[in-house]
Design a protein around this ligand. Structure first.
Ligand SMILES: NC(=O)c1ccc[n+]([C@@H]2O[C@H](COP(=O)([O-])OP(=O)(O)OC[C@H]3O[C@@H](n4cnc5c(N)ncnc54)[C@H](OP(=O)(O)O)[C@@H]3O)[C@@H](O)[C@H]2O)c1
Length: 341
């Protein structure tokens, strides 16, 4: 049994880490304010990291593994100052958003990251990719390179708070037809979704094994076209075709050259077509990161079909309306009218 501290641990990935570590028989502590609930069985350390002295209780222990999830440079630095000497192994959960360049398909971990965002930066100038880059930098600096930086790609799975991985399977699971789907006639667009459960398992195993360095943790590269087909299969399940709908007319293709004119967003958020990567050559490497190092380090990934099926099984009917990404029924109907006209 190992003693593990999750800095965060009450939101989505953090909670999954806690649950998996507990299921493997470890002693798990999570440090957070508690505005999200702590998982059952976790030993909570309630502290606000924006106030003085948040690591006092945690520094009374010796940790086999610390996993840091923060997006805040000052929190990343403060935790290392207080706890690095008390920790055998350390994982910093970073992001592929930390890379300086998103234009090169197949880019690996040796590519440059963004200029680190200093902890004193005013809130108005906050930049997520640069903040994660600072977290990486200060972790390696404080630990003399003896840490693992896990650069995650898009995380998906049941409970995804962003709605990016859940929108399509849940939309297809609704009776309401037709579904507006992005058209990619030359099959050029791709997705790389890592299931939150596979990511958590990798972080724990690689962290406890004391692996060091930087690693991309991304899903298998899949064409957007295939991902949508899998989402449709997961969403429709064994349900017969909606009454009056012939096979093949249950979706309406959306011409992506219309995005700007129709004021439709890509990737995420309201009035969006989730998972569609941002346009332009500067994003040609988006969702096309090298996964070779993570696979060599032991990352095991379930198929995207399974992720989508589990999303549908775990989500109450009608939940698509309250996702943080996608089109509302009215927005979709208006775009379908334009697209079919
Ligand atoms: N989602 C993606 O597709 C994606 C892609 C790449 C990388 N990532 C990375 O993956 C990780 C996701 O982590 P997550 O899902 O667990 O969500 P999260 O929103 O990053 O979790 C934040 C955690 O920190 C705690 N926290 C926030 N402010 C705090 C404060 N002032 N003091 C103490 N605790 C505080 C929160 O709990 P309380 O509110 O209870 O305090 C929560 O447990 C992040 O590192 C993110 O950058 C995500």
């Amino acid at each position: 049994m190992k003693k593990i501290l999750i800095l965060g641990g009450t939101a989505w990935l953090g909670r999954t880490l806690c649950e998996q570590a507990l299921a493997r028989g470890h002693e798990v502590h999570a440090l957070a304010r508690g505005s999200h609930e702590f998982a059952a069985g976790v030993q909570p350390i309630v502290a606000d990291r924006s106030l003085p002295g948040p690591y006092e209780a945690a520094s009374a222990h010796h940790w086999d593994l610390v996993v840091e999830l923060t997006r805040d440079p000052a929190q990343a630095r403060g935790a290392l100052e207080a706890l690095s000497e008390r920790a055998e192994h350390w994982v910093n959960v970073s992001s592929c958003s930390a890379y300086a360049d998103q234009s090169t398909p197949g880019a690996d971990e040796d590519n440059d990251v963004l200029e680190p965002l200093p902890p004193e930066t005013p809130e108005a100038d906050y930049d997520y990719g640069r903040a994660k880059s600072y977290g990486e930098y200060i972790t390696m600096e404080a630990r003399g390179g003896r840490a693992l930086v896990v650069r995650s790609g898009l995380i998906g799975g049941p409970g995804d708070p962003s709605g990016r991985s859940t929108y399509w399977p849940l939309r297809f699971s609704e009776e309401r037809r037709p579904v507006l789907v992005p058209n990619d006639p030359r099959n050029e667009l791709s997705v790389q979704i890592i299931d939150v459960r596979d990511l958590a398992a990798f972080i724990l195993a690689a962290g406890l094994a004391g692996l060091h360095g930087q690693v991309n943790a991304v899903g298998e590269q899949t064409s957007l076209h295939d991902a949508l087909r899998m989402a449709q299969a997961a969403g429709e399940g064994d349900r017969p075709s909606p009454s009056g709908m012939e096979p093949g007319v249950s979706s309406v293709p959306y011409d992506l050259t219309r995005l700007e004119a129709d004021d439709v967003n890509v990737w995420a958020g309201p009035r969006s077509l989730p998972l569609v990567p941002p346009p332009g050559p500067e994003h040609a490497g988006f969702a096309r990161r090298s996964d070779a190092r993570s696979l060599a380090m032991g990352l095991q990934r379930r198929g995207l079909e399974e992720t989508f099926v589990d999303i549908v099984r775990a989500t109450p009917a009608g939940a698509v309306a309250s996702l943080n990404s996608g089109l509302s029924p009215d927005e979709e109907a208006a775009l379908i009218a334009v697209s079919s006209g």
